[in-house]
Ligand binder design. Structure first.
Ligand SMILES: Cc1ncc(COP(=O)(O)O)c(C=O)c1O
Length: 376
């Protein structure tokens, strides 16, 4: 039985009280709280603009629609990520062009981007994998040279920075996830940050059916026109109320995650059979999403290790189960062969994600370290 879960939302009476307050009001959607959360989030990340959405997937999809990415276009994307990073491209009809990640921290291999650029390439999509920032300096240089858009998938990277700049501010937009086990939660939800007003203004219309007047700007209820083919990807007020309380406490969350990581690192006995992915190679500052163990010894069966850790009561996770091009949908559609994305395969098939969240007590951390030392 799992006694120490991999992740657990950090919900206090503040979140509960704020949700109850929303429920006592008639405004449950497109109200003031989503805007308040947007302001808080933009301020925290140092971004000019932010707009809430129903998930990170919705946010990435909206970014591509807003930039008119369509069938016939290509988007260069890392093969080491959640399926959502590629699906949000495919949903527009464009083709994701997968490239491998690097072997150090699983972020996109920037040395492989240029060779994949064609006349059809419109954008680069990268992931700050498990809270380790990608090499944005190189990526933005390439994007500038070929006039490409850059989308940062920051789903697991709230709080990560390069120098003093938060991730999500280097490309044209950055999208975060508020799924329950992420750094902060809104139940389900996401947010897009950007320093480009035009992108955010268009996304604001597209996330609400493509209509030209927000709820707040209508002189008469129901008075609007549809300017674009849009969706309903908005965040509701209950989620936004939770998000406001969460972002207020995020600095504390991040500090605890960092302490948990450093404590585990000090207690785990180093062995030649495995590596631990490092954070904070200056000027890169990570967000400590999880402690990622990579099993080096090919004779060790990962599933056995996971089962043993789970039997010790420790929750684990895998990020991610397969390189995206090797997932059934993409394999069938584009015929990608295995063994092409070597580094992504290493992360997908040989890594184990250990918990770092705010739910862990000192006793839990000692149990986790003891079990790793025993099992590995
Ligand atoms: C890197 C990455 N991108 C996107 C997503 C999807 O986020 P959401 O569930 O908010 O759509 C996830 C979810 O875990 C993720 O890890």
């Amino acid at each position: 039985m799992i006694k120490i879960p991999f992740g657990r939302p950090d919900i206090t009476s503040n979140e509960i009280k704020s949700v109850v307050k929303v429920l006592k009001n008639p405004i449950l959607a497109h109200g003031p709280l989503s805007h308040k959360f947007e302001n808080f989030f933009a301020k925290y990340t140092g971004s000019k603009f932010a707009t809430t959405v129903s998930s990170c997937t919705a946010g990435m999809h909206l970014f591509y629609i807003a930039n008119e990415i369509k069938k016939g276009d290509e988007v260069i994307v890392t093969s080491q990520s959640h399926i959502s990073t590629a699906h949000s491209i495919s949903l527009t009809g464009a083709k994701p062009i997968f490239i491998d990640c690097n072997s150090i921290n699983g972020t996109i291999d920037v040395g492989k981007i240029e060779e994949k650029i064609t006349k059809k390439t419109k954008a680069i999509s990268l992931v700050h994998h498990l809270g380790n920032p990608a090499d944005m300096n190189t990526i933005t240089k390439i994007a500038k040279k070929y006039k490409l858009l850059v989308l940062e998938d920051c789903a697991t990277a709230l709080g990560a920075k390069i120098n003093k700049k938060h991730v999500g501010n280097f490309g044209d937009a950055g999208v975060f996830s508020f799924y329950p086990i992420k750094h902060i939660t809104t139940g389900e939800g996401g947010i897009i940050i950007s320093n480009n007003k035009k992108i955010i203004d268009k996304i604001n219309m597209l996330k609400a059916f493509g209509v030209n007047k927000s709820y707040l700007k209508r002189r008469v209820p129901g008075e609007y026109d549809a300017e674009y083919l849009g969706l309903n990807y908005r965040m509701n007020e209950i989620s936004a109320a939770i998000g406001i309380e969460q972002i207020k406490r995020f600095n504390k969350f991040l500090k605890i995650r960092k302490q948990n990581y450093n404590y585990l690192l000090s207690k785990i006995i180093k062995k030649k059979t495995f590596d631990i992915v490092k954070f904070n190679n200056k000027p890169y500052y990570g967000s400590y999403y999880c402690l990622c163990i990579i099993i080096k010894d090919k004779n060790i069966n990962r599933l056995d290790i996971i089962n043993k850790l789970n039997n010790e009561g420790i929750g684990t996770s895998i990020y991610y189960p397969k390189p995206i091009p090797e997932m059934k949908y993409y394999k069938k559609k584009y015929g990608y062969s295995s063994l092409k994305f070597k580094n992504a395969e290493k992360f997908s098939y040989r890594s184990i994600a250990m918990p770092l969240g705010t739910h862990l007590t000192k006793k839990n951390l000692n149990t986790i370290a003891k079990s790793i030392n025993k099992v590995l």
